[in-house]
Ligand binder design. Structure first.
Ligand SMILES: [Zn+2]
Length: 279
């Protein structure tokens, strides 16, 4: 996708990031992937042996390069966790593949990057209690399914009630917003819910899925949040984590505004806010 090419360029161009702020992920350890995804699904995926029906659910034809790319994205989120532990915050310029279930892919998501990274942190004893804040306009259905019986990972999804997936899974906390929800209502809910959540769950690590498909300009999203509102959303999440001293990893998630400028600007805002708050 064009945005993955343009976003780093924009961040370098405007001076929000410098070249040494970037890292390059590789293929992740297969055993880590298997802590989230079933062996059968993962093997069928990498060998391109999924059924036609399974591929249809994913939404695009698979090839080895795409499957490798998805694994590298997951490694980006794993590595970003280590950088977040070191610096307080780190980002994956892609990721947020929250529609990937433990045993199947869905809606352009093959492997669930933040779920895999959460297992990495717990496996390495780098975190015990994890909070996933999913503010993409689409519900984090795969993430909800993966952690449905696991109290060590709390899943919070705030999304459009009328957006895909139409049959939603049950997260630990779901807030479904009506069509046309705009800045004030959106930000009021978030500002009220988030500190309470952090105080009651007491996470030692936070994942943030900061999709920009909540924008009013988005062609898939049903909400009506402005650019300022979307930036304020990032500020609320990032500054709340900073205030509580909890490391945070961000994956970009969706963004489908017709003008690429709107997508890049909104994603760049997440990086701009991170710089302001943390560095
Ligand atoms: Zn989305």
């Amino acid at each position: 996708m064009l945005k993955y090419d343009l976003l780093p360029k924009q961040l370098l161009f405007e001076g929000t990031c410098s070249q040494e702020n970037f890292f390059e992920p590789l293929l992740p350890n297969k055993n880590l992937v298997l802590k989230v995804h079933s062996k059968e699904y993962f093997n069928n995926l990498i060998e391109l042996h999924l059924t036609k029906k399974e591929v249809r659910k994913i939404g695009f034809p698979l090839d080895h390069l795409l499957v490798e790319r998805e694994q590298i994205i997951a490694d980006g989120t794993i590595k970003a966790c280590d950088y977040a532990l070191e610096y307080g915050i780190a980002m994956n310029i892609a990721g947020g593949t929250h529609h990937a279930y433990s045993n199947r892919g869905e809606a352009f998501c093959l492997l669930n990057d933040q779920a895999i990274a959460a297992r990495y942190l717990q496996n390495e004893k780098k975190a015990k209690k994890i909070l996933i804040i999913d503010l993409d306009v689409h519900q984090g259905n795969g993430t909800a399914e993966i952690f449905q019986n696991d109290s060590s990972v709390y899943t919070f999804s705030m999304h459009g009630a009328n957006n895909y997936p139409f049959k939603k899974e049950v997260s630990d906390l779901d807030i479904a917003l009506e069509k046309g929800t705009s800045d004030k209502e959106y930000l009021d809910i978030l500002a009220k819910v988030l500190p309470n959540l952090i105080n009651s769950i007491k996470p030692d690590f936070i994942f943030y899925l900061c999709g920009v498909d909540i924008l009013s300009t988005d062609k898939l999203g049903t909400l009506a949040v402005s650019h300022e509102g979307c930036k304020k959303r990032d500020e609320i999440v990032i500054s709340t984590c900073a205030k509580h001293g909890i490391p945070i990893q961000c994956s970009m998630g969706g963004g489908y505004s017709p003008r690429i400028k709107d997508i890049i600007n909104a994603h760049a805002n997440t990086f701009r806010i991170a710089q302001e708050v943390f560095f």
